[in-house]
Write a protein that binds this ligand. Structure first.
Ligand code: FAD
Ligand code: NAI
Length: 328
């Protein structure tokens, strides 16, 4: 019987690792504590429709990721998003067009991960609390006390602060990962019955509690009614207000949004807030992935490269590549 490889995390890094292992003919099993796949690039179902509260769009600069994005495009999972972009600086709002190609999942960001997570190999609602090695193989313990295994190798594909706890079997690796800081982001969505009278569809913001604003229905495949906006706070504001109740976060960021746009700002018909505790790494690294190859333990995620969708995908592929090379 083939002993599969365990992958913890069904964010884009874990899924990219699974994809590369499958292509090379290796069996794997994926585990995630959430109800569905995608992690920070998933979408949240709400009474205002599906909302992209995490990753907003992504760019593709590495040739390997460009090829992947083209395949997703051909499968109808991804489309280009060409928003009317603005820049807000010191209270001044101005158009800020550029030539950058930006992509989104269609009809929602979460569609990409949903298509990549093969149901029969994936266990959701399963928080792994311990990764340990038996006489010959690896085993996982979950929060309910259930054990999973045996596995030949383990790929940990979760944000660095969550990965550290799973790396007790490899103290050196755990030490490196423990040094990676990740910063939070408060995200909210506001839905307005009457569309806001602004041509703006996306805005990079400076000098405000806000960092980014996007009009959800300007993205391909979404035709939300009401008019829904996603607002992200800066890391700094999010850190300073990390324990603020959601209602107060919505009130503050709604206020900052009203200051930003030069149009009437009604009360929202619907609002929602989400706190991403480990939204982005504090800096970039060039690790690709980390490993204790002799032990058979691999670690990947956006924080191993750039804190972006592309970085996460490349990191997952790199972890799988290293594992496969070590087997040859
Ligand atoms: P994650 O997506 O975090 O996946 C990790 C998975 O592991 C999760 O599903 C989690 O549930 C699971 N997990 C964690 N611990 C355990 C455990 N113990 N047991 C089981 N499962 C576990 N990137 C861009 O390129 N463009 C953007 O516009 C953009 N905007 C962003 C906005 C926000 C608010 C946030 C939060 C992120 C944004 N990003 C953006 C970053 C992008 O979303 C990430 O870089 C990428 O999705 C990270 O993928 P990942 O697989 O490394 O990690
Ligand atoms: P990108 O090239 O569109 O943006 C990179 C950065 O360049 C932007 O953050 C912005 O500061 C600037 N920029 C780009 N186009 C601009 C324009 N037309 N006008 C003014 N400024 C502009 O995309 P890339 O490199 O793929 O980055 C991904 C995005 O994801 C970034 O905006 C980043 O901030 C965001 N992100 C947000 C996270 C969060 O937690 N809020 C986490 C990770 C990424």
């Amino acid at each position: 019987m083939t002993v599969p490889i365990a992958i913890i995390g069904t964010g884009i890094a874990g899924l990219a690792a699974a994809q590369a292992l499958h292509k090379a003919g290796h069996a794997y099993r994926l585990f995630d504590k959430s109800r569905g796949a995608g992690g920070r690039m998933s979408s949240k179902r709400s009474e205002a429709g599906s909302l992209d509260l995490g990753a907003q769009y992504f760019t593709a600069r590495d040739r390997r990721f460009v090829d992947q994005v083209n395949q997703w495009k051909a499968q109808g999972l991804v489309a280009e998003w060409t928003p009317l972009l603005y820049n807000a600086k010191e209270g001044q709002l101005s158009p800020s067009p550029d030539e950058q190609v930006r992509y989104v999942g269609t009809p929602r960001m979460g569609a990409i991960a949903k298509a990549m997570a093969v149901e029969e190999f994936t266990t959701f609602n399963c928080r792994i609390t311990e990764v340990f090695r038996g006489a010959h193989h690896w085993h996982l313990l979950d929060a309910e006390g259930c054990s999973h295994g045996p596995f030949s190798h383990v790929i940990v594909a979760v944000p660095a602060p969550q990965a550290t706890a799973l790396l007790a079997a490899a103290p050196k690796l755990a030490g490196v990962v423990a040094g990676v800081q990740m910063e939070p982001t408060w995200a909210i969505a506001l839905a307005f019955d009457t569309p806001l009278e602004t041509p703006m569809q996306g805005c990079f913001v400076q000098g405000s509690p806000l960092d980014w604003v996007a009009r959800n229905r300007s993205k391909p495949g979404r035709n939300d009614s009401p008019d829904t906006w996603v607002l992200h706070a800066t890391s700094q504001w999010s850190k300073q207000h990390i324990d603020l109740p959601k209602e107060a976060v919505i009130e503050h960021l709604h206020g900052a949004f009203a200051e930003l746009v030069n149009c009437a700002m009604p009360a929202p018909a619907f609002s929602i807030a989400h706190r991403w505790l480990y939204a982005r790494p504090a800096g970039n690294h060039e690790w690709g992935a980390l490993a204790d190859a002799d032990l058979g333990l691999y670690v990947c995620g956006d924080w191993c490269l750039s804190g972006r969708v592309e970085g996460a995908w490349l990191s997952g592929q790199d972890a799988a590549r290293r594992l496969i090379e070590h087997l040859e």
